[in-house]
Design a protein around this ligand. Sequence first.
Ligand SMILES: Cc1ncc(COP(=O)(O)O)c(C=O)c1O
Length: 367
Amino acid sequence: MIDGALTLLTPGPAGTSERVRNALLRGDLCHREPEFADLLERIRVALPRCLNLGGTHETVLVTGSGTAAMEMALIGSVRRGRSALVVNNGVYGERLAKIAGVHGITCHEVRSEWTRPVDPAAVRAALAEHDDIDAVACVHHETTTGLINPIEEIGAATASAGEALFVVDAISGTGIEEPDLARVPADVICGTANKGLHGVPGVSFVLLGDRAVERVAEVPSRSLYLDAAPHLASQRRGEVAFTPAVQACYALDAAIAEYEEAGGFAARTRLYRERAALVRDQFDRLGLPILVAEPFRSSSVTMLRLPGGVSYRALHDELKTRGYVVYAGQGHLSGEYFRICTMGEIPRRRLKELERSLADAIAAVTR
Ligand SMILES: Cc1ncc(COP(=O)(O)O)c(C=O)c1O
C-alpha cells in the first residue's frame, strides 16, 4: 500500500488536507524577500488568534519540531541560579526535566502516576517549599497516555507564587483540546504545526505573554539556535535569524486558514469530541479497555489495552494492510497498550470503517 493511501491514526505527523499539501508547492521563496516577511507576520498574528488569546501573547516561530519549542521555552524562562519545577506524569513531562538537566538548570519535580493528572495542591506545596523557582512547566495533553492535566488550576497556583512563569507544553493539545488556553494563565505556550493545526512537520512555535517577553530578554543565552530573545527581536522586524522551513510555513498558513474558516477552536474541539465518541463506542463493542479514566481523557488520543496474547507489532502490521497506521505505547506501558489517535485530517468514512478493520485484524493475529 502506498503511503498516501494510508489513514494515519497517529499523534503526529497528522494527516493533512489537499489544500495544505498543495501549499507546499507554492513555489520557491527566499526568506530575505518581503513576501516571506508578509507570510511570517500573517502566521505570527494568526496563531494566538486561533487559540483565542487575543492580544496577550506574541509568537516566536521556530524551525524545528515540537521539542525545539519546548527547549526554547524552558531555557528562556529560568534565570541563572534559579530553578524550574516540572510537572511530570508522562514521557513529555520527563522530556521537560531532561531539557533542564541538559542545560544545567536545577529541576524540582512534581510527579503522579501516568494515568492520573498531577494534583495542583502538590504544585502549590512545591512552590511554597522552594523559593527559587522561575518556571513551572507542565504538559497540557500528555500524549503518552491521552491524559489532560489541570493546567487552569496549576496556572493559577503558579500565578499566585510571584516570579514563576507558567510554561505550558501544549504541543499535542493546541487548537483541539480543552481547556481553552484563553482561560489558562500561561506565560509561555509551546505548539507545533503538524498536530491539531493540521500543518506539516518542520515548524513549531512559542507564544510569549508580557512577563515572558521581559524574562527571555533578561535570561543569559544558553543556546545559539534556541535563544528566544534574538528570534523575537528579528521576527518583530519581519526577519528570521536562520534559514526557515519556508514550505512548511506555506503549509501552516494554509492550515491556519482552514482552521479559522471551519470555525476555529470551538468547531475543531467539537469535531474531535465527535470523533472520540465514534471510535470509543467501537472500542467498547470490541472489548478494548481504555487506560485513562473519564474525565481525564483527551479527545484525540486513546490508549487501549492490547487483546490477550496479541503483540503490538502484529496488530499494527495487520491494520496497515487494511490502510490504517496506529501507534505504539510508550515507556513501561508499551508491552500492554497501544494508541489510536484521531488527530489530523481523517475522512469520517475511514473512522466508521475502523471497527470492521480492527475486528478483522484482531481476529487475524489471534488465529
Ligand atoms: C506533548 C508533546 N510534547 C512534545 C512533543 C515533541 O514533539 P516533536 O516530536 O515534534 O519534537 C510531543 C510529540 O508528540 C508531544 O506530544
